[in-house]
Design a protein around this ligand. Structure first.
Ligand code: UDP
Ligand code: MG
Length: 329
């Protein structure tokens, strides 16, 4: 069976469209499937739509998170609740074409040695130059520091059960699906797709959200920026050495240094570097703090069409001391 995991945040119009497009395609190819929608704290009618979809079609399962936990958490909520032999993750706005999903499924199905099928973007869709430059820089940092090739990677992936289980065994709270699914290894294949236009609604990743996502992803996956601190330290040390020698030479040759501006400048530069470095270290400290709290990645408030869920509910009613939130955590 194929589990298709679809995180949705304020996708009231896209969710039914995605559900019908994907269902139609998969059932016409006689593929056994389940669609798992994760409502990531939507403030529109997404959950209502998902309830209706789940009621009309048993292939459609829905999970509501108790608030907006972000796409990463939503994807992991889906993966943890999926029961398929393969799990695919795709966007709710049909920017990831269902035909590509079918292609990925076929690659997985026809070649038992393949455990991960990645979909890569052919062209990056409607993106401006600046965005593209930053995206390239981001992937360069990630590729160099993690030794995983993630250029043009997307969250659109199909993973075999083995890879999903390996992924779910990783205990970190701050997840980065794109990199983690490469990190677990296994044989992978690549399928190319063209990013479609968003069917309705607007992207949740504006510039600020994208920058935040990039920083979180880099810091939760590599400590390379920490090494910038060391590099900066070495650079300032070399500069200090040169100036020091210069000053000494001046002193002994009688040309005493008059450079008051040099002192000020040096002071400014070094304090800027120190503050910048402290900022990087502080950022990692904050991440460690977040990880060490061991909070759940997400909290589920409701689940629809999950079989063992019904059993769970009965159990809950029988033993009143176990509260739902404790069970979900
Ligand atoms: N999404 C989510 N939680 C969020 C933001 C986005 O589950 O906090 C989902 C969203 O519903 C969509 C997918 O993540 O299915 C990709 O979001 P979007 O299309 O806004 O991003 P873009 O395609 O512009 O990168
Ligand atoms: Mg999109």
């Amino acid at each position: 069976m194929l589990s298709v995991i679809i995180p949705a945040h304020n996708e009231q119009d896209n969710a039914p469209a995605a559900a019908s497009a994907i269902s139609r395609l998969l059932s016409s190819h006689n593929i056994d499937y389940e669609l798992i929608f994760i409502d990531d704290g939507s403030t529109d009618r997404t959950w209502l739509r998902l309830t209706q979809l789940a009621a009309s079609d048993e292939h459609i399962k829905a999970i509501a998170l108790s608030r907006n936990f972000g796409k990463e958490a939503a994807m992991f909520a889906g993966l943890e609740n999926a029961s398929g032999d393969a799990c695919a993750v795709m966007d709710c706005d049909l920017q990831h074409p269902p035909e590509t999903l079918l292609e990925m499924y076929k690659v997985w199905k026809n070649d038992p040695t393949i455990d991960v099928v990645e979909a890569k973007k052919n062209d990056r869709g409607e993106e401006n130059r600046v965005y593209r430059a930053f995206a390239n820089l981001f992937y360069k940092i990630m590729n160099n520091s993690t030794r995983l090739d993630m250029s043009d990677a997307s969250d659109f992936k199909l993973l075999d059960r083995r890879a999903v289980d390996a992924l779910l065994r990783m205990p970190e709270r701050l997840t980065f699906f794109r990199a983690m699914s490469s990190w677990v290894g296994f044989n992978s294949a690549v399928v190319y797709f063209d990013v479609a236009e968003r069917t309705s609604g607007k992207s949740k990743f504006n510039t600020r959200a994208s920058i935040k996502y990039a920083i979180t992803s880099i810091t939760s996956f590599t400590s390379a920026p920490m090494q910038i601190v060391t590099v900066l330290g070495v650079i300032t040390f070399v500069i200090a050495l040169i100036f020091g020698i210069n000053t000494l030479v001046n002193k002994f040759t009688g040309r005493s240094a008059e450079g008051f501006p040099t002192v000020i400048l040096l002071q400014l530069i070094t304090s800027a570097i120190i503050m910048f470095s402290l900022g990087i270290i502080g950022y990692y400290l904050a991440k460690i703090y977040e990880e060490i709290k061991q909070r759940p990645r997400y909290i589920i408030s409701e689940k629809l069409n999950f079989d063992n869920d019904r059993k769970e509910k009965e159990n809950r009613e029988n033993s009143r001391d176990i509260r739902p939130s404790e069970k979900e955590g």
